[in-house]
Design a protein around this ligand. Structure first.
Ligand code: PBG
Length: 321
C-alpha cells in the first residue's frame, strides 16, 4: 500500500499542520437586534442566548464583540411603530439609525458597523418593500424607499450597507443614491442569493415581524442553483462590493459556485433557524454544542465563504483565542 492517508492524521500536531481551513475571529460578523424603547434586554425564546438589546445592553455587547476580535456587527432595528411604507426606516431618530450612531461611536474604529437595509422590520404588513394597490410588492417604488434609507444609514455612520430586500436593481439604485449624496466610499453588501427559507423562522420572532403570507415573489426558490449564480452576477455588475449567500447550511453548493466565480468577497449568513437547531439539539444533550458550532462554521468557510454572519460570532471568537 502506497497511499496511507492516515499518516497525516496520526497526531494533533500533524493534523493541525495539514488543516486546510481555519476560522479566524476577523471573518466573523455578529447580527444584533436593537429594540426601541427597551430598558432591559428582551430574550428571544426561539433563539436561546440571543436578545433584543436595549441601547445600554447593545453598548456592552459591542464592546465584548470588539474585545473578542470579530470583524463586524450587523444591526437590525425593532421599531415601536410600523406603517405601510416603513417610515421608521428613513427617520434618523428611529431605532436602527440611533443604534448605528451608538455603534459607530462605541466600536466604529475597532470593527465594521453594518446595517440591514430592508423594510420588513418597519412595515406593518411585514414585506420587504411597499405594496401596490393590489397588495403586491412594488419593486420600483421600493427602490425609492431603499435609496432614501441608504443615505440616512450612511449619514448615521453605517460602514457597510446590507441590502437584504431582494428587489431587482437594488444594488444599482442604492449605489447611485449614495454617490449622489457624497457617500462614494460607503460599500454595499448585496444579499444576492437569498432564498425563501423556512430557516428564517426564529428571526421573524426576533424582529416581531407581522408578515402574513410569504416572500416567494422576491426571494429565490430553494430549488434553484443556477438562479443563485445569476443573482450573484447581477449584484456584482450593479456594483456590489461584497455578495452574500443566505441561508448557509442548505445552500453550500450555491456558496461554492459563487466563491469560484465572484471577483468580490463572498459571505454567507448562518441564519436564525440554523442557530436554533443546533442550540435545541445541544440543550437536549443530543449533540456536543461546541463541536457542532465549530463544525458548522468551518463547513461554511470550507465551501468558500470569506466571512460568516453568525449569532455565535463573539462566543466562537472567544473559543478561538
Ligand atoms: C430581511 C431579513 C431576514 C433575515 C435577515 N434579513 C428575514 C427574511 O428575509 O425573512 C433573516 C435572518 C435570520 O433568519 O437569521 N430584512
Amino acid at each position: 500500500m502506497i497511499d496511507r492517508p492516515r499518516r497525516l492524521r496520526a497526531t494533533p500536531a500533524m493534523r493541525r499542520l495539514v488543516s486546510e481551513t481555519r476560522v479566524h475571529p476577523a471573518e466573523l460578523v455578529l447580527p444584533v437586534f436593537v429594540r426601541e424603547g427597551a430598558t432591559e434586554p428582551v430574550p428571544i425564546s426561539s433563539m436561546p442566548g440571543v436578545v433584543q438589546h436595549s441601547l445600554d445592553s447593545l453598548r456592552a455587547a459591542l464592546v465584548a464583540a470588539a474585545e473578542a476580535g470579530i470583524g463586524g456587527v450587523m444591526l437590525f432595528g425593532v421599531p415601536e411603530h410600523k406603517d405601510a411604507i416603513g417610515s421608521g426606516a428613513t427617520d434618523p431618530s428611529s431605532i436602527l439609525n440611533v443604534a448605528t450612531r451608538v455603534a459607530a461611536e462605541e466600536v466604529g474604529g475597532a470593527l465594521v458597523v453594518q446595517t440591514d437595509l430592508c423594510l420588513d422590520e418597519f412595515t406593518d404588513h411585514g414585506h420587504c418593500g411597499v405594496l401596490d394597490p393590489l397588495g403586491r410588492v412594488d419593486n420600483d417604488a421600493t427602490l425609492d424607499r431603499y435609496r432614501e434609507m441608504a443615505v440616512v444609514q450612511a449619514a448615521s455612520g453605517s460602514q457597510l450597507l446590507g441590502l437584504s430586500g431582494m428587489m431587482d436593481g437594488q444594488v444599482a439604485a442604492v449605489r447611485e443614491a449614495l454617490d449622489d449624496a457624497g457617500f462614494t466610499d460607503t460599500p454595499i453588501l448585496g444579499y444576492a442569493a437569498k432564498y425563501a427559507s423556512a430557516f428564517y423562522g426564529p428571526f421573524r420572532e426576533a424582529v416581531q415581524s407581522s408578515l402574513v403570507g410569504d416572500r416567494r415573489t422576491y426571494q429565490l426558490d430553494p430549488a434553484n442553483r443556477r438562479e443563485g449564480a445569476r443573482e450573484i452576477d447581477l449584484d456584482v455588475a450593479e456594483g456590489a462590493d461584497i455578495v452574500m449567500v443566505k441561508p448557509a447550511m442548505s445552500y453550500l453548493d450555491v456558496l461554492a459556485d459563487a466563491a469560484a466565480s465572484s471577483p468580490v468577497p463572498v459571505w454567507a449568513y448562518q441564519v436564525s433557524g440554523e442557530y436554533a437547531m443546533i442550540e435545541a439539539a445541544a440543550a437536549h444533550g443530543w449533540i456536543d454544542r461546541r463541536r457542532a458550532v465549530l463544525e458548522s462554521v468551518l463547513g461554511i468557510r470550507r465551501a468558500g465563504a470569506d466571512a460568516v454572519l453568525t449569532y455565535w460570532a463573539t462566543e466562537l471568537a472567544e473559543w478561538l483565542r
